[in-house]
Design a protein around this ligand. Sequence first.
Ligand code: DLL
Length: 432
Amino acid sequence: MVWEPHYECMSREDMQAIQLDRLQTVVHNVYEKVPFYRKLFVEQGVKPQDIKRLEDVQKLPFSGKEAITENYPFGLFAMPMKQIVRVHASSGTTGRQKVVGYSKRDIRTWSNLVARVVTMAGVTDEDIAQICFGYGLFTGGFGLHYGLEKVGATIIPASTGNTERQITMMQDFGTTVLVATPSYALYMVEAAEDMGVDTSKLNLRVGLFGAEPCTENMKKEIERRWYMRATDNYGLTEIGGPGVAGECECADGLHINEDHFYPEVINPDTGEVLGYGEQGELVFTSLTREAFPIVRYRTRDISMLINEPCACGRTTVRMKKITGRADDMLIIRGVNVYPSQIESVIMETEGVAPHYQLIVTSKGYLDDLEVQVELSGDHFTGKFKELEELEKTLKQKLQRVLSISAKVKLLEPRSIERTMGKAKRVIDLRNK
Ligand code: DLL
């Protein structure tokens, strides 16, 4: 089923006409109402009237997280506080939170867009959805809540924490849809197995995952252990939260709600706009947000856009799964290393569990990468020779994939701290 076929399945020409019309409105709005943008546009020598065709979006300046933190808390709002009915925020790695606001109409639009992505994933009003995203300033809990409610699913607003009780609810309430970060889904399945629950007997059928990267192999692991189909959801606080893009049943990229978020992919070093099929940094311009419009926001997320037709019938442009963040990339002894590359190696190696951490240190000028990974329960026999073999295999595979050598440390099962939200994979102890 398609939630809004009129928009999700429209012709390219119609989509572009809507995008242009909305883009012109947004650009006028921010120019008139947000001093930050007016100043930026003046510096760049661009006026709202210059946006005559969709390609003219490229005349507009980029914005980034600094724009939000420097205007903390409400400096980028385009409406008076009286009309703001909600704020959300996400904490960056350093310093101030990125605070965003919503008008009543924004909340309605948001619910509708989340309704689109959960419908894409196959969720209907017959489902019982257990939301294990945090409720609060994080957009995950409330975002999914309103969208699932719109679709008519029965919601269990479980939030995070108390994992054993979560499993009991799943059993007793007959949960059919699990909403969580992929790392929490793995944590939960471990807890379920510990409790002696046979996960194949649960009613779960669909997982709505997101908020952090999940490699194809990790997704398969979740599907195998939970006996359900896992789908990916993408979004970020700055452009509204979840509901930006989601995976349909064909699972070949995430459909972007591009009548609301205009996507571009750029070369992160030069800012050059790249074409379909080219990998780079995702940039979004919000086309309908009233309270917190945002122009050419650099997400730092690495992906690519694809415009080939999808078998599901939707015509919206898709984005490939996020492979990492521009600022996630580690430069180790001059070589670019993405945590997702290491995750793929771990996931395809038998004997280790999908729980790992990367520790980066430096001695003098030389960087050191240590991959700490847990042994999977059934392989933890303690036989020294076997462990040595496993360590060697991992080292060789990592060397092949990364082109640098990494240390490998095998840990006992359950020794890496579990998180209920987003997993922290990288500990960089180098002096920056
Ligand atoms: O994580 C919004 C969200 C909530 C999306 C629930 C999906 C489901 P933030 O906390 O602001 O917002 O974090 C946004 O998380 O820039 C990406 O780096 C990462 N991220 C979000 N979804 C995905 C995904 C929410 N599906 C940041 N795959 C983004 C990979 C993701 N990374």
